[in-house]
Design a binder for this molecule. Structure first.
Ligand code: PLP
Length: 428
């Protein structure tokens, strides 16, 4: 038995399912998860000493690769000055100004500790601001695990087949309306009936929790117009797409401006961080300026701010995004070619440094329904072939992949060599 398998058995005795977040348990692919001991650049090493080229990047944050020297140094220096003060600090101003500069639709921003906190508070703010209770979300979009948002959600919830979790009162879930992603007609129909009661639309402007599905032309523009027509708040959940779809997120890539934006992952550089921000007129409804309450013992934590700021500073270096996009292109065009050669039905999606691949005969995957109808057996077998060869992909067909600046051309070539063997094995 491998050391990872031994650890997994031990973990299950003290931790529910052996993991502190469900998708890590490998339920989506079967088998036993690998326990990671350390990581550097594009690589992680497991408890048995095997090295993996990592395309998960801690589910998005590690856009510079693991333990980037500048991030590590800034984090250690901040830790030496003190782990937490619970007071205002100058670094929080620097962080807020930096976010405003990179994401110009954000006029004011509040730091929190996770993406879940960011989206939970953003919808509370939208409700407080509009005085309306209903919210609209999209089937297969995941916004964290707050009660109102864990309705027809993606990610681990989708993998486990429990889109509506027990423990969420009907009285809360009934205020969450769900419609189809990339289907503006379904949004218009719901607004025609409930528009005056809808506080906000919350959307992943690039869906990354039902695999990677970018918005179809006109979809985000349509959401913007409907929100304007009905006085509802448009929230872009850029916890995943922020700093990834483009430096300024999906709103920069697709040139559609939301009222509120939620952020996470990359802005923490690997530390627990989230944020929500947007128009001053809305943000000024948050306490202590306004009546909508939100708080946090560790919010704006100085060590987390240092890690996040160092990450954002590195991302500003010329050529970094071009390199990320070029690596994604190298990987996806190579995989497509290999799948075609092996006769395996396959297609890919991408948005900046986020990507997804699908085992399907469809040429383009644009909907949740298409994503869920892919060949799961192919995915699972491909997954384990790649893992065996030292390539760590997200252990679920409903998660996207993440490229980092540490991935070299040689890493991609090595990944493609592994993929060639995996596709041929599938075809056999
Ligand atoms: N929103 C999106 C789009 C996400 O992808 C996630 C997590 O994957 C969240 C919100 C929740 O963030 P966290 O896991 O930090 O609570």
């Amino acid at each position: 038995m491998s050391r990872s398998e031994t650890l997994f058995q031990q973990a299950q005795k003290s931790i529910p399912g052996g993991v502190n977040s469900p998708v890590r348990a490998f339920n989506g692919v079967g088998g036993s998860p690998v326990f990671i001991e350390r990581a550097k650049g594009a690589y992680m090493w497991d408890a048995d000493g095997q090295r993996y080229i990592d395309y998960v990047g801690s589910w998005g944050p590690m856009i510079l690769g693991h333990n980037h020297p500048a991030v590590l140094q800034a984090t250690l220096a901040a830790a030496e000055r003190g782990l937490s003060f619970g007071t205002p600090t100058e670094v929080e101003i620097t962080m807020a100004e930096k976010i405003k500069q990179i994401v110009p639709s954000i006029e004011k921003v509040r730091m929190v500790n996770s993406g879940t906190e960011a989206t939970m508070t953003a919808i509370r703010l939208a409700r407080g601001y509009t005085g309306r209770d209903k919210i609209l979300k999209f089937e297969g979009n995941y916004h964290g695990h707050a009660d109102s948002l864990l309705v027809k959600a993606g990610s681990g919830a989708l993998t486990l087949g429990v889109p509506n979790s027990p423990g969420i009162p009907e009285d809360i879930a009934k205020h969450t309306l769900t419609v189809d992603y990339n289907d503006i007609d379904s949004v218009a129909k719901v607004f025609a009936e409930f528009g005056q009661d809808i506080a906000c639309i919350i959307v992943e402007p690039v869906a990354g929790n039902m695999n990677c599905i970018p918005p179809q032309p006109g979809f985000l523009e349509g959401l913007r117009k409907i929100c304007d027509d009905f006085g509802s708040v448009l929230i872009f959940d850029e916890v995943m797409s922020g700093f990834r779809a483009a430096p300024g997120g999906a709103q920069e890539r697709y040139q559609v401006i939301p009222d509120l934006t939620t952020l996470g992952k990359v802005i923490g550089g690997g530390m627990p961080v989230g944020a929500f921000g947007g128009k001053q007129a809305i943000m000024d409804h948050i306490a202590p300026v306004g009546p909508v309450y939100q708080a946090g013992t560790l919010s704006g934590n100085p060590v987390a701010m240092a890690a996040g700021l160092a990450t954002l500073n590195e991302l500003a270096k010329p050529g970094l995004y071009e390199q990320l996009y070029a690596r994604v292109e190298q990987l996806l065009s190579g995989m497509q070619q290999l799948a075609d050669q092996a006769g395996i039905p396959f297609t890919t999606n991408r948005a900046g440094s986020m990507f997804g691949f699908f085992f399907t005969r469809e040429k383009h995957v644009t909907s949740y329904q298409q994503a869920t109808q892919c060949n799961m057996e192919h995915f699972k077998r491909f997954y384990h072939e790649m893992l065996k060869q030292g390539v760590y992909l997200a252990p679920s067909a409903y998660e996207g992949g993440f490229m980092s600046a540490a991935h070299s051309e040689a890493d991609i070539e090595q990944t493609l060599a592994a993929a060639k063997i995996a596709f041929v094995a599938l075809a056999a």
